[in-house]
Structure formats: C-alpha cells, structure tokens
Design a protein around this ligand. Structure first.
Ligand SMILES: Nc1ncnc2c1ncn2[C@@H]1O[C@H](COP(=O)(O)OP(=O)(O)OP(=O)(O)O)[C@@H](O)[C@H]1O
Length: 285
C-alpha cells in the first residue's frame, strides 16, 4: 500500500472518525476502479453506500476492510489499518461480504462462532462470553432455532441471516456489510434496519452497500458513488445528497417525501398521476 501525503487542514485525520479513507487510486488489473475518494464513518452512525452497478461500491468496502490494497490510506480509529495487529483489527472491524459462499458443511452455530475467533487464543475452547455473544447474535437475526442445521441446507435468506449473525458476534466497533439485504424478505429487511439502529445507539459505526434506495435513505448518511468517484457524502434529506443520487442514476429516480421520510423509486414505476396525488412530494429544494 502506498501512503499518500495528507494535506494539512484539508485531510487531517478526524478525531471523531471510526474509519477514515483517503484513496488516491485503486486499480483492479489494468482497470482504474476508484479515484480520489475521501470519506469517513463516524461512531454511532449508519452510512449507506449507494450507486449504480459497477460504480465501485463493493471494491470500496473491501478497501475499507483492508481486503483490497489501494494507493492511499485507511485509518481505523485514527491508526493506519496496516499498523493494527491482525487479531486486534479483526476484533475492531467486522465484515459481511457479498454472496459469501457457505462455509462447507458447518452447522449454523459453528459458522456464527467463527465470528468469535479474534476473541480467542489459538485452539482455545469457546468461553461463556463467546457462547453468549453467539446466542445473542443469532437471536437478533432470528436464526437461533437453526443452530444445529448445516449452512448448506439453508435457503439463501436463512443463510444470509446466519452470516449476518457471524458478523454481529464479533461485537466490533465498525461493521461493514456488502448487500446485507440480499435474499431477505421485506419483514426481515425491516428487522435488519431495526438491528442497525440498535447497533448505532451502542456507538457502532455501520456501513452498508445497498441497492434498496428507500432503505438506504433511512440511514444517517449516504455515500453516493458513480464511476469510481464519490459524488457526495451527506444526510438523506440534503438537497446535495439527492442531487448526487439523481446524477448517479441518470435522473431516473423519483425521490419522494412520505410522512417526513425519504424514499426513492425507479422513475416510471409510479404512474405520473400517482406522484401528483399529494400523498408524496419530491424534495422542493
Ligand atoms: N477483478 C477485477 N478485475 C478488473 N475489473 C474488475 C474486477 N472486479 C471488478 N471489476 C470492475 O470494477 C468496477 C467496480 O466493481 P464493483 O464490484 O466494486 O462495483 P459495484 O458498485 O459493487 O457494482 P454492483 O452494484 O454491480 O455490485 C466494475 O466496473 C467491475 O467491472
């Protein structure tokens, strides 16, 4: 990883950032995927990363997790990721990847226990605290009842809830999730939002790549990416955030206010008269 110099005053590490990234460039093979990107995740804040297909969202999340090298630097609680001892870092930063392959024939409970590995000495048996964390995480995602079932025998949505429980069981200060709602039905999507809100009140910095824009708009902040560049980081209600969303998605969104909350639908889904009936209004700013 090449370290780029900070520009004093502009790029000073933020005291309140749980995770902060200054990515000058990130290339995959010959392809430049991310460029000139500065962002921060704050403790107790849920940040949704959005943008069109191929914008670089998953690549960015992997760089934030230290899974993908970049030209630039990523700081976890002010300290360069590379300077963290591996075990300590794995306790502080938890990760839920996109389309993670089922871990062989492991039982769901064993998979979630993997999230406790950074808390345990090599080959040490699980402690009472480990078992309690696993149970708490599995109850939170509604999968405790399947703890004896093999991951390979679960449906896509059931498996996703087990993998989410594994990430929760780490009890990290930063939780990064790539498309956590994949395979989840609407009630379980709502449960996920409730879970994230609970983590937020505990001070966790949560970042999630989301394609479900109406759910992303319930986050505290949005990071809008397009073409490997950060168009904007800001609150969902900010006019600048919504302009960035429209720009990223080629102005093919209807962003509407519904009972004081923002939602977004692909333009064309709602008939025009539906949008004009006064039940929902676009941001006037
Ligand atoms: N291994 C690779 N080698 C070269 N280019 C890659 C590689 N992996 C991904 N890319 C390219 O990098 C860009 C960003 O990919 P990424 O998966 O980060 O996008 P994304 O925003 O998460 O997309 P999606 O919404 O479709 O999941 C894409 O143009 C993709 O084709």
């Amino acid at each position: 990883m090449t370290v780029i110099p900070f520009h004093p005053g502009r790029d000073r590490p933020q005291a309140d950032a749980a995770l902060e990234a200054h990515i000058a460039q990130l290339a995959l093979g010959a392809r430049l995927v991310l460029e000139d990107l500065h962002l921060r995740l704050r403790p107790g804040c849920w940040t949704a990363i959005v943008g069109p297909n191929g914008a670089g969202k998953s690549t960015l999340l992997r760089a934030l997790a230290g899974l993908q090298a970049c030209e630039g630097e990523v700081r976890l609680q002010g300290r360069l990721l590379a300077q963290w001892p591996a075990r300590e870092r794995a306790r502080a930063l938890a990760w839920l990847g996109q389309n993670e392959a089922p871990t062989g024939e492991l039982r769901a409970g064993d998979v979630v226990m993997l999230g406790r590995a950074p808390h345990r000495a090599w080959l040490a048996p699980a402690s009472a605290a480990d078992h309690a964390a696993v149970r708490q995480a599995m109850e939170a995602t509604g999968c405790w009842a399947w703890r004896e079932r093999r991951l390979s025998a679960l449906s896509g949505g059931e498996r996703q809830r087990v993998l989410l429980a594994r990430a929760l069981a780490v009890q990290a200060v930063v939780l990064l999730m790539d498309e956590p709602l994949a395979h989840l039905d609407p009630p379980h999507q709502a449960d996920w939002v409730e879970l994230v809100r609970a983590l937020r009140t505990q001070g966790t910095a949560v970042a999630s790549v989301l394609h479900e824009l109406s759910i992303a708009l319930q986050a505290d902040e949005l990071i809008v990416l397009a073409g490997g560049r950060l168009l904007h980081q800001g609150a969902p209600g900010e006019a600048a955030t919504q302009r960035a969303l429209q720009q990223a998605f080629n102005h093919r969104l209807d962003i509407l206010n519904l009972r004081g909350r923002w939602i977004a639908l692909p333009r064309g889904v709602l008939p025009d008269e539906g949008r004009a009936d006064g039940s929902a209004q676009e941001n006037p700013r």
